[in-house]
Design a protein around this ligand. Structure first.
Ligand code: XBP
Ligand code: MG
Length: 258
């Protein structure tokens, strides 16, 4: 039985990377007169590195104008990341980044049917709040039985630490929850914790095989194109409701050995 849904944040709840974090990183570069910018394509490649500070440090290895000294790079990454998070908060504060289609409706299904929800993310709690408060209200945390962020789980996805901590706090076995993720690192983290995972493809992770996923589709807001197909058939335009997700979860768990 499905007892809880664990939401990833960036790319899954909203398309935050291209129009949120990336723009904010560029604003931080500008604020500190750093002489490079991240275009959409380059940022997509950088998403292989999870964690904004880690991403900055990784990129500096290939930026000819970056400081040569490791300690200076660390200090610059720290300052840039802090400014970037302020810029990100300003971008999302107005609700400029909407929740992805079908997300709010699925949250409402969960509340109605007593399926608990959690947040499991590699970004910070401040960033999660900045994104969700305009959509769910100032008491957004009350919608979730557990919120695990980079503060609680310093080892970032694909490390399973964040999922393991969420399971511990929920006191639930992995097979009774379902993660919703968009990225290969997120899928790997969930799988390594034994958590079944459903994938809603996002802008930067729009294609490629996703071995091990319970179901893969483009949007919770549309039933078309999902694998396995939704009960409504491939042409159905309706959103993916909790009942469909419970069915996919039950099918996948019945195939699991043990
Ligand atoms: C996505 C990430 C984060 C964000 C930026 O996490 O990898 O690093 O890109 O946020 P998830 P920070 O998909 O698990 O939500 O700058 O706070 O790291
Ligand atoms: Mg994600």
């Amino acid at each position: 039985m499905l007892s809880a849904i664990l939401w990833d944040v960036d790319g899954t709840l909203a398309e935050t990377e291209r129009d949120g974090h990336r723009v904010a990183f560029n604003q931080a570069f500008e604020a500190l007169a750093v002489p490079w910018r991240w275009d959409e394509e380059h940022y997509g490649a950088l998403l292989q590195v999870t964690g904004g500070r880690e991403r900055l440090l990784h990129d500096m290895q290939h930026q000819p104008l970056a400081p040569q000294n490791a300690a200076e790079r660390e200090a610059l990454a720290e300052r840039l990341h802090s400014i970037k998070n302020d810029c990100y908060a300003r971008i999302v504060a107005s609700g400029a980044l909407p929740l992805r289609p079908g997300v709010r409706e699925l949250m409402n299904d969960c509340a109605r049917d007593g399926v608990r929800m959690g947040i499991v993310t590699t970004t910070s709690r401040v960033n999660v709040g900045a994104l969700l408060a305009p959509h769910l209200g100032a008491d957004w945390e009350s919608a979730f039985a557990v919120v695990v962020t980079a503060q609680e789980s310093p080892r970032k996805k694909p490390d399973p630490q964040a999922y393991q901590l969420a399971l511990q706090r929920l006191r639930l076995p992995a097979k009774s929850v379902l993660a919703i993720e968009d990225s290969p690192a997120g899928v790997a983290a969930a799988c390594a914790a034994g958590v079944p995972v459903l994938v809603t493809r996002s802008y930067y992770f729009a294609s490629g095989p996703v071995p091990g996923a319970v179901a893969v589709g483009r949007s919770l807001g549309n039933c078309a194109g999902w694998q396995p197909p939704t009960a409504g058939g491939s042409a159905a335009a309706d959103r993916v409701a909790l009942a469909q997700i419970q069915e996919w979860h039950a099918q996948a768990m019945s195939r699991r050995v043990g």
